[in-house]
Design a protein around this ligand. Structure first.
Ligand code: PEP
Ligand code: MG
Length: 756
C-alpha cells in the first residue's frame, strides 16, 4: 500500500484522468477504472454499483464474476452495498459476513472474500452509487486507503453524472426525500407556494481532477485570504450585529476560518490531484460524515457553521459570490436563509418573492417589519431548514400557522390549496371592512393609520383603508441606498409621500439608524466597538451628534411640507433635553427657511417617540412641550424586558400581553390623557387584533400598524364595546391572571370580538 492518501489517490487520479479523457463508451471506461483501482490498491476485487431505477446495479467489477454485471441488484438499504448508499457512509469490515446487513449474492462468487471496504459515490449530496474493494484476507483497511477510495468516488461521480448513467441525482439524501413538515415561528402571516432558493446559493462542483496542482493550491490560498478578510469585516460591521448569538456565530466562523487543520486538509486533498473546489467539497464530505456520528447537538450546530463557511469558501473560489438577488428570481420563490437584513430583503424582485424562511429571525427585527410592510410571509426559527431542503424543491408556506411543508405530495398540496383559498377569502372579507370607520360598538372612534417607509407604501395608502401614515420610517430610504441620500433625494421622497397621502396626515420620524439598521456608509469607530448596538449610538443620539444629517433632513421635510401640516417625531428619546435639542434644531431650520423666503409648512406638530422606559418617568416634564406622543412598543418591550428584539432565542419568551407591559402602557396613556396630549401606538403589537383589543381596553384610540393589519384590526374594533373591555382590563391589571393572553382570548370569544 502506498505511503500516504495523497500519493495513493494521486496515482489513481492520474490514471483516471487519462481514462476519462480517452475515447470509448462509459461502460468500457468504468471497466478500466475498476481494473486501475484494483491494481493500484492491490485489492482482489473492485466493484462499482450504480443507482438505476432505484436499484443499485453492479455495473463494473474486477474480481467478481463477470456474469453478475448488470444482473446483481440491491435495493437501497439492502445488503452492505445498499446500506452504504442509503446511509451515505463508509463501511470498513474485516469480516463482511459478520455484519448484520450482509446479504450473500451467489452469482457474484464473492464467498472467497472476507474483507470489504465500500464508500458511497455522491452527487449533489445524494448517493448515486457505491465503490467497493474486497480482499480474501480478513483485514481492516487503513484510513489512507479509505481516503483514497473516497477521493476516487468523488471523481467518479463527475464521470458518472456526465455519462448520465444513473437515475440522476437530486440534492438531499434519499431517505429524507419524502414530504417533510417543519414547525417554526410565524413572523409575518400569509400563505405562499414556491420553489426553494437559497439566499446564498450553494455551489455544485463540476470539475474534480486538477490539471495544475500548484495553480489549484494558489486558488485555495487566495480564497482563504479573502474569506478571512470577509469574516473580519463582518465582525467589524455593526450591521451583522455584534451581540448574543451573532457574536457566537462570528467567533466560531473566525475560529474555523483561521483553523490551520482545515486548510491543511484541503491542501492535502489538492495534493491528491483534486481541483480546489473538489478538495473543499471532499474535506466537507468527510466532516459531514463525522457529523453524522456525533450525538452532541451543540457540536452539530458548530459543524453547520463550518458547513456555511465551507460553502462560502467554495463560492469564493468558484467566483460565485453574489446572493440569489443578484442572479435574479426565475420563478415564484421561497427564499431560504439563516438570517437576512432589511436591505438584503429589499434587493429581491417582489413579484417573484413569495415567502422567506429563516433559521433565525424575530418578530420585531427590521427585516421582519420590512417584510410585513411589503406583504411577504416570513417564518423564522426553522431549525436546520437550510439542510432540510434542496434548491428548486417545492415548498408550501403556511405563514398563518407558522409551518412549512417541503416536497409536498398531492394530498398535502390539495389540503394546502384549500386552506390557502380560505385564507384568501378571509383576507377579502377584511378588505371589505378596511374602508369602514374604526368605530367601536359603543361609538368610540379610533384612528387606524399605517406604518410605512418606502415610496411604494405611499401610493398604496388610499387602498389600505387607513386614516394616514402614523409612522413613516425615513431611515428605510437610507437602508436601501448604496450612498447617503442627500437633501434632494429626501425631498423628492417626502414630496411624493405627502402627495400620495393627500389630505391624510403623515407622521415623519427622523432617521432611526443603528441597532439592526446599520448603514455601511455611516459608521463610526465607537459604533464598531459597540457591544449592544440597539442600546448604542443610535437614532436621535446619532442624529444629534451628526447634526448635518439632521439639518438636511429637517430642510427636506420643511420644504416638502410647504403650505401643509408637517408632523415630525424623534425616535429613541431617553430624556426630555434630547427632544428639546432636536426640536431646537428643527426650529433653527425653520428660521433659516423663513430668512431664505422659502415656503413654510402651515403648521408644524412635534412629537416624541416613547420607546425608552426612562422617558415614562419624565412625562410631566415632556408632555407640556409636545404635540403628540408615539409609543414604539418594539423597542419599549426590548428595553423593559432587557431582551434584544432581534435575538431569535428570545423571540417567543416575552409576551406583549404581559401585565408588566400593559400596566406600563396604561400609566403612559392615563398621564397623557390627563395632559390632553394624543398618544398613538405604533409598534408591531398594535397590528395584532387581540393586542389591539387590550390596548383599547387601556384607553388607546390611535394606532399605526402594518397595512395588512388594517382590515383585521378594524374588524376587531367594530365588534368591540370599548366600555366593557376597559372595565375588564382594569380588573385584569389589578389582579393579573397567570395567562393574560388566554384570559383576553377567552373574553374576546365570549363577547364575539373578531380577533382572528
Ligand atoms: C418601535 O420601536 O416600536 C418602533 C415603532 O420603531 P422601530 O420598530 O422602527 O424601532
Ligand atoms: Mg423603535
Amino acid at each position: 500500500m502506498p505511503l500516504s492518501a495523497a500519493t495513493s489517490a494521486r496515482e489513481i487520479l492520474t490514471g483516471l484522468h487519462a481514462i476519462m479523457a480517452s475515447r470509448g463508451s462509459a461502460q468500457s471506461k468504468l471497466d478500466k477504472v475498476v481494473d486501475l483501482i484494483a491494481d493500484k490498491m492491490k485489492s482482489e476485487v473492485c466493484s462499482i454499483y450504480l443507482l438505476r431505477q432505484n436499484n443499485l446495479e453492479l455495473f463494473a467489477t474486477h474480481g467478481l464474476r463477470k456474469e453478475a454485471v448488470h444482473v446483481t441488484r440491491l435495493h437501497m438499504g439492502e445488503g452492505l452495498v445498499g446500506t452504504i448508499a442509503a446511509e451515505g457512509r463508509v463501511l470498513n469490515l474485516a469480516e463482511a459476513a459478520d455484519h448484520p446487513a450482509f446479504l450473500y449474492k451467489p452469482e457474484t462468487g464473492e464467498e472467497r472474500f472476507h474483507s470489504l471496504a465500500g464508500v458511497p459515490i455522491m452527487r449533489l449530496e445524494s448517493p448515486i452509487g457505491v465503490l467497493a474493494v474486497q480482499h480474501a484476507d480478513p483485514r481492516r483497511y487503513q484510513d489512507v486507503e479509505i481516503e483514497a477510495l473516497q477521493t476516487v468516488a468523488m471523481v467518479l461521480s463527475e464521470m458518472i453524472a456526465a455519462a448520465r448513467l444513473t437515475d440522476g441525482a437530486r440534492r438531499g439524501r434519499l431517505r429524507s426525500a419524502g414530504p417533510l413538515r417543519l414547525p417554526g415561528l410565524r413572523l409575518v402571516a400569509g400563505m405562499a407556494k414556491g420553489v426553494a432558493v437559497f439566499h446564498e446559493p450553494r455551489v455544485v462542483v463540476e470539475h474534480t481532477v486538477a490539471d495544475d496542482i500548484e495553480a489549484e493550491r494558489e486558488r485555495v490560498y487566495a480564497a482563504f485570504r479573502k474569506m478571512r478578510e470577509q469574516i473580519d469585516n463582518m465582525a467589524k460591521e455593526a450591521e451583522f450585529g455584534t451581540t448574543g448569538e451573532h457574536q457566537e456565530i462570528l467567533e466560531t466562523y473566525r475560529m474555523f476560518a483561521y483553523d490551520e487543520g482545515w486548510s491543511r486538509r484541503i491542501n492535502s486533498a489538492i495534493d491528491s490531484g483534486l481541483t480546489a473546489e473538489a478538495a473543499i467539497e471532499r474535506v466537507q464530505q468527510r466532516t459531514r460524515a463525522r457529523m453524522q456520528e456525533i450525538d452532541d447537538p451543540l457540536l452539530k450546530e458548530r459543524m453547520h457553521d463550518l458547513e456555511d463557511l465551507s460553502n462560502r469558501l467554495l463560492r469564493i473560489v468558484s467566483g460565485r459570490m453574489g446572493t440569489a438577488a443578484q442572479t435574479g428570481l426565475a420563478r415564484d420563490t421561497v427564499l431560504i436563509a439563516r438570517n437576512l437584513g432589511p436591505a438584503e430583503l429589499l434587493e429581491y424582485d417582489r413579484r417573484r418573492l413569495k415567502a422567506v424562511l429563516l433559521e433565525e429571525g424575530s418578530l420585531t427585527s427590521h427585516m421582519t417589519i420590512v417584510a410585513r410592510a411589503i406583504g411577504v410571509p416570513v417564518i423564522g426559527r426553522l431549525h436546520d431548514i437550510r439542510h432540510s431542503v434542496e434548491d428548486g424543491e417545492t415548498i408550501l408556506v403556511d405563514g398563518d400557522n407558522g409551518s412549512v411543508i417541503i416536497r409536498p405530495n398531492r394530498q398535502l398540496m390539495s389540503g394546502f390549496e384549500h386552506r390557502m383559498t380560505l385564507s384568501q377569502k378571509r383576507r377579502a372579507e377584511f378588505a371589505a371592512v378596511r374602508n369602514l370607520p374604526a368605530k367601536t360598538l359603543d361609538g368610540v372612534r379610533c384612528s387606524v393609520m399605517v406604518n410605512a417607509g418606502l415610496a411604494e407604501d405611499a401610493s398604496s395608502l388610499p387602498m389600505s383603508g387607513a386614516d394616514g401614515i402614523g409612522l413613516f420610517r425615513t431611515e428605510f430610504q437610507f437602508l436601501v441606498s448604496a450612498t447617503l441620500p442627500g437633501r434632494d433625494r429626501q425631498l423628492r421622497l417626502y414630496t411624493k409621500v405627502l402627495e400620495a397621502a393627500g389630505n391624510r396626515p403623515v407622521v415623519f420620524r427622523t432617521v432611526d439608524i443603528g441597532g439592526d439598521k446599520a448603514l455601511p456608509y455611516l459608521t463610526d469607530d465607537a459604533e464598531e466597538q459597540a457591544e449592544n448596538p440597539a442600546m448604542g449610538w443610535r437614532a436621535l443620539r446619532l442624529s444629534l451628534d451628526r447634526s448635518t444629517l439632521m439639518k438636511a433632513q429637517a430642510r427636506a421635510l420643511l420644504e416638502a411640507s410647504g403650505g401643509k401640516t408637517l408632523m415630525v417625531m424623534f425616535p429613541m428619546i431617553s430624556e426630555p433635553w434630547e427632544y428639546e435639542e432636536a426640536r431646537g434644531l428643527f426650529e433653527e431650520q425653520v428660521e433659516w427657511a423663513r430668512h431664505a423666503h422659502r415656503k413654510l409648512p402651515s403648521q408644524i406638530l412635534y412629537g416624541a417617540m416613547l420607546e425608552v422606559p426612562a422617558l415614562a418617568e419624565m412625562l410631566d416634564q415632556l408632555l407640556p412641550r409636545v404635540d403628540f406622543i408615539s409609543v414604539g412598543t418594539n423597542d419599549l418591550t426590548q428595553f423593559l424586558f432587557a431582551a434584544d428584539r432581534s435575538d431569535p432565542r428570545l423571540a417567543q419568551r416575552y409576551d406583549w400581553l404581559s401585565p408588566a407591559i400593559l400596566r406600563f402602557l396604561k400609566r403612559i396613556l392615563d398621564q397623557a390623557a390627563a395632559a390632553n396630549v394624543p398618544v398613538r401606538i405604533c409598534g408591531e403589537m398594535a397590528g395584532r387584533p387581540l393586542e389591539a383589543m387590550a390596548l383599547v381596553g387601556l384607553g388607546a384610540e390611535n394606532f399605526s400598524i402594518t397595512p395588512a393589519a388594517v382590515g383585521p384590526v378594524k374588524a376587531m374594533i367594530r365588534s368591540l364595546d370599548a366600555a366593557t373591555i376597559r372595565t375588564r382590563m382594569s380588573q385584569l391589571l389589578a389582579k393579573p391572571p397567570k395567562d393574560m393572553r388566554k384570559a383576553l382570548g377567552d373574553w374576546a370569544r365570549r363577547h364575539n370580538v373578531v380577533v382572528g
